[in-house]
Design a protein around this ligand. Structure first.
Ligand code: SD4
Length: 325
């Protein structure tokens, strides 16, 4: 029989247990908890990029400025082999860049197959702000950039990219490799202190791709989508699979239907899983945030990570959950 004394003791113990469990689950879910401002980006290079974005967000700046300045850090990194001019080239030795940006009013801009420009994300923003169009490609995008004050960088490949490409030429085998070697686009999404969302995405695309190949990264709705009433999503990995399901748009629609950011990313990957393609050697990672600042990610395979920066969460690298393996 439970006496009054044991009842009081048991209640005290369960209250203590409850508060321990509560604080544990709080620390476990800290990354995804609702907060603002917050910025998230794909892969480990997101640590430095988020620092750049946080400077804007923490001083009350606009999410749009944060996501541009954040990924510019990655585009400037001469050691980065998958974003910007120092990245790995296509199979003919040319570095061709894809980027896009989207703001809280559904304004968007994009460039694809752009060569010789250090900051494709800023050209994408200028397409958004100065033209009636959304996407400019190749020579036209380069001319637009040069006409608007960007500088043409004349070197062909960084020494590191050049050596890697020459090594690749020995076998010339095109094979998407899971995770780091061949997939390192930066996608960034942010919610600012005023509650507005924006996103950006920039890449050199899959290394040793066919000359002229454009992936998902400059395509609004595929690599990036923002709906200021609902949330934002971004993608990394084999772009063809992301385009096939309009990945980021699908994720935002799933959030609109009531799913959490993590669930929404998982549902999009379930669609990709139905693809007739052999997904064994392909990685795809999705990252999402909703209007409340709750975030989440999901990947096809183990190995995808992302970085979250908010006042509660000091630029933390987080391993994503994954669907297969
Ligand atoms: C592409 N999605 O060109 C890009 C590549 C990538 O991490 O994400 N790499 O298909």
């Amino acid at each position: 029989m439970t006496t009054r004394r044991t009842f009081v003791k048991l209640s005290a113990m369960s209250a203590a247990l409850f508060s321990v469990t509560k604080s544990f689950s709080k620390s476990l879910s800290a990354a995804g908890e609702g907060t603002k401002p917050v910025v998230l980006s794909t892969w480990k290079h997101g640590v430095a990029a988020n620092e750049g974005a946080w400077k804007v967000l923490s001083s009350g700046g606009r999410a749009l400025d944060a996501v541009e300045q954040g990924v510019m850090v990655t585009e400037s990194d001469i050691k980065n082999l998958s974003v910007g001019l120092w990245a790995l080239p296509d199979r003919d030795g040319h570095v061709t860049l894809d980027a896009c940006i989207m703001d809280e009013k559904s304004n968007c801009g994009s460039v694809c197959f752009l060569q010789h420009i250090k900051h494709p994300i800023s050209v994408a923003r200028m397409v958004m702000e100065k033209t009636p169009h959304i996407m400019l490609a190749g020579e036209g995008a380069l001319k637009f950039a040069l006409d608007n004050g960007f500088t043409k960088e004349t070197f062909d490949r960084s020494p590191e990219a050049d050596a890697a490409w020459k090594e690749w030429l020995r076998k010339s085998e095109y094979k998407p490799i899971i995770n780091f070697e061949n997939h390192d686009t930066i996608g960034m999404i942010a919610l600012d202190a005023s509650g507005n969302l924006s996103g950006s995405c920039t890449t050199s695309g899959l290394s040793y791709k066919m000359h002229g190949r454009v992936g998902d990264s400059p395509i609004i709705g595929a690599s990036l989508f923002v709906d200021n009433e609902v949330g934002a999503a971004t993608a990394t990995g084999v772009g063809e699979e992301v385009i096939r399901i309009c990945g980021s748009h699908t994720i935002v629609e799933m959030m609109r239907a009531g799913h959490s950011p993590e669930e929404a990313c998982r549902i999009a990957l379930e669609r990709i899983k139905k693809s007739p393609k052999n997904l064994k050697d392909m990685q795809i990672g999705f990252l999402a945030i909703n209007k409340h600042g709750e975030s989440g990610a999901y990947a096809l395979h183990k190995g995808f990570n992302y970085v979250a920066y908010s006042a509660n969460n000091n630029n933390q690298l987080i391993d994503s959950k994954f669907l297969l393996d």
